[in-house]
Design a protein around this ligand. Structure first.
Ligand SMILES: NC(=O)c1ccc[n+]([C@@H]2O[C@H](COP(=O)([O-])OP(=O)(O)OC[C@H]3O[C@@H](n4cnc5c(N)ncnc54)[C@H](OP(=O)(O)O)[C@@H]3O)[C@@H](O)[C@H]2O)c1
Length: 294
């Protein structure tokens, strides 16, 4: 049963994230924080992206009612039901179904906060997104355009056209070109891949530019974390969940500036396959999983 400030949500759809894969694989070791360090906790239910229907409200809940369609980032999203404080949820955007909404919480908030908050991206600025074709990257390209940036996306050959279709002004195919081998300088670099040496990536910044890293490449993460202690122009992103943050995303979606990019739809019993696809590191947009009937 939900606590007084919580609602219970029947999960209609969820989506998989890189973090879910790390948590289940137990590597890197810090990824065991949620699920148990030495062995999985007995009550651990993985998954973070929820879209579903409120079916029970706690005594102190004010804004949500039974039957409301909501979405949010809540641990336990791979279960049929999950309880969450109402402040962690927001109504599903009016122009999305549950599957579309389930693609947004983790990836969308990472992209939005990485570019708008940590990166401080302003209209007319040049932004480079390394890893433009994955779950976060496909939303980041759209959000960067919505914020008025001139966008360069980095991805592999198969994803070049998609990155352009999502709005990227320039696309670098990393299988043919090294994006660090250029005279071009960027006001914001959003690095989701951590595929090139930190020093070379940082060297692409304008004198007032900002490098935001959301890469889980451990070596790159350590380099950026250390550099961030000495420079305000290098930041390691830890995205914040919550209803207030989700409503910022909802605005962009309802204005038609951001749309979900769904690679594959899976039935619940195929969730392991969805996670395996994510774990191989070449997801194209998001994989959604139907959990219960809408
Ligand atoms: N800080 C946070 O709060 C937070 C939240 C969510 C995610 N993350 C992290 O952000 C990163 C991106 O997440 P995601 O969900 O977008 O991952 P994803 O869906 O697995 O996408 C990974 C993308 O990286 C691309 N890629 C692989 N090798 C590359 C290379 N050498 N150069 C450029 N791109 C390359 C792949 O594109 P190709 O197939 O074209 O190679 C793929 O599209 C992950 O490290 C994840 O752990 C952090």
């Amino acid at each position: 049963m939900p606590a007084a400030d919580e609602v219970r949500v029947r999960v209609v759809a969820t989506s998989v994230n890189k973090g879910d894969w790390y948590g289940l694989a137990g590597t890197p070791f810090v990824a065991r924080f949620e699920g148990g360090f030495l062995r999985p906790k007995s009550d651990f239910v993985p998954g973070h992206d929820v879209a579903g229907i409120v079916e029970h409200v706690g005594a102190d809940v004010k804004a949500l009612s039974v039957g409301d369609a909501v979405y949010g980032e809540v641990l336990g999203a791979f279960g049929e039901r999950v309880c969450a404080p109402e402040r962690d949820l927001a109504p599903v955007p009016s122009n999305l179904d549950f599957e579309g909404a389930a693609t947004l919480p983790v990836a969308g908030l990472t992209a939005l906060q990485g570019l708008a908050d940590s990166g401080g991206l302003h209209p007319g600025q040049r932004v480079l997104i390394n890893g433009a074709s994955g779950g976060v990257g496909t939303l980041a390209v759209q959000i960067a355009k919505a914020l008025g940036g001139e966008v360069t996306g980095v991805c592999s050959t198969a994803n070049v056209e998609r990155a352009r279709a999502l709005g990227a002004d320039h696309v670098v195919d990393y299988t043919r070109e090294d994006f660090t081998d250029t005279e071009q300088r960027y006001d914001v670099i959003f690095d989701l891949a951590g595929s090139k040496p930190f020093r070379r990536v940082r060297g692409l910044l304008t004198p007032t530019g900002t490098l935001v890293s959301s890469s889980s490449n451990i070596g790159y993460l350590i380099r950026t974390a250390v550099a961030s202690l000495f420079s305000r122009r290098v930041k390691v992103l830890v995205a914040k969940p919550g209803g207030t943050q989700l409503r910022r995303l909802t605005k962009l979606v309802e204005a038609g500036e951001v749309r979900p990019v769904i690679e594959t739809r899976y039935a619940f019993e195929d969730l392991p396959e969805a996670l395996g696809r994510q774990g191989r590191g070449h997801a194209r947009g998001k994989s959604v999983v139907a959990v219960t009937a809408a």
